[in-house]
Design a protein around this ligand. Structure first.
Ligand SMILES: [Zn+2]
Ligand SMILES: [Zn+2]
Length: 234
């Protein structure tokens, strides 16, 4: 057997067999807590990877295009293996809890979006959760006890939601897309001010010497909880 074949072997087996509970455990370890949006990311990732039936090695053979950086996206990263670090995760700053997962060789893709009424659905299924969510998450006004109770409830809800049919939670479409090109490999330069190595296209010329944007006092984009922020651009 090929020496790399086993790196994602356990994940691939769970995807094939539909072991959502096993995949959710992996995702929880990565994400740090258990929540319904993480679970939906896991379900979306499992569905698409099984449908596309493509075992991969994190070399951009499969690409996930996510449209928001929330809990959902962590479920996607763990299950699909398309991550921030291996360049197979593309971020579209649209603020939608949605993902398109595509095979590079033929562009076959599955797009999954969380149903617009999902939150109402959820609070209708678990009436105790809504008011607590409002207090703890939305208003950030919960006591320690409220927060603790909420975390337990929220994790329990995520586990229960494993059993809910996918179609009730997510909208699914199959399509063919044109994928962004493979990530390029760039040379590095040494910043004349801090001495650190910088990807050449990210460096600027400052006082005649290659300099990182931070040392040159230039703006650069930030990916934060608010999405991509470009300081200095209105
Ligand atoms: Zn979460
Ligand atoms: Zn520097």
């Amino acid at each position: 057997m090929h020496e790399f074949a086993e790196a994602r072997g356990a994940m691939a087996a769970m995807i094939r067999s539909g072991d959502l509970a096993g995949l959710l455990r992996q995702a929880e370890g990565f994400h740090g807590h258990l929540c319904p949006m993480l679970l939906l990311g896991v379900k979306a990732g499992q569905y698409a990877m099984k449908r596309l039936d493509h075992h991969h090695h994190g070399m951009e053979e499969v690409v996930a295009l996510v449209e928001t950086n929330n809990c959902f996206t962590d479920g996607i990263q763990v299950v699909t293996g398309c991550t921030f670090g291996n360049n197979a995760l593309i971020f579209k700053d649209l603020g939608k809890t949605a993902v398109t997962i595509a095979r590079r060789d033929d562009g076959a893709a599955v797009r999954l979006t969380v149903r617009p009424d999902y939150r109402e659905q959820l609070f209708a299924r678990y009436p105790a959760v809504g008011p607590l969510f409002e207090k703890v998450v939305v208003q950030r006004a919960g006591t320690h006890e409220d927060i603790h109770r909420f975390q337990h409830l929220w994790a329990a809800v995520a586990r229960r939601e494993l059993e809910v049919p996918l179609e009730e939670q997510l909208l699914v479409a199959e399509l063919t897309i044109t994928l962004p090109p493979f990530a390029r490999i760039y040379d590095s330069v040494i910043c004349a001010a801090c001495g650190e190595s910088v990807m050449a296209p990210k460096a600027v010329t400052h006082e005649g010497r290659p300099t990182c944007r931070a040392c040159a006092g230039q703006n650069f984009a930030l990916l934060t909880g608010d999405g991509i922020i470009c300081p200095g651009e209105a």
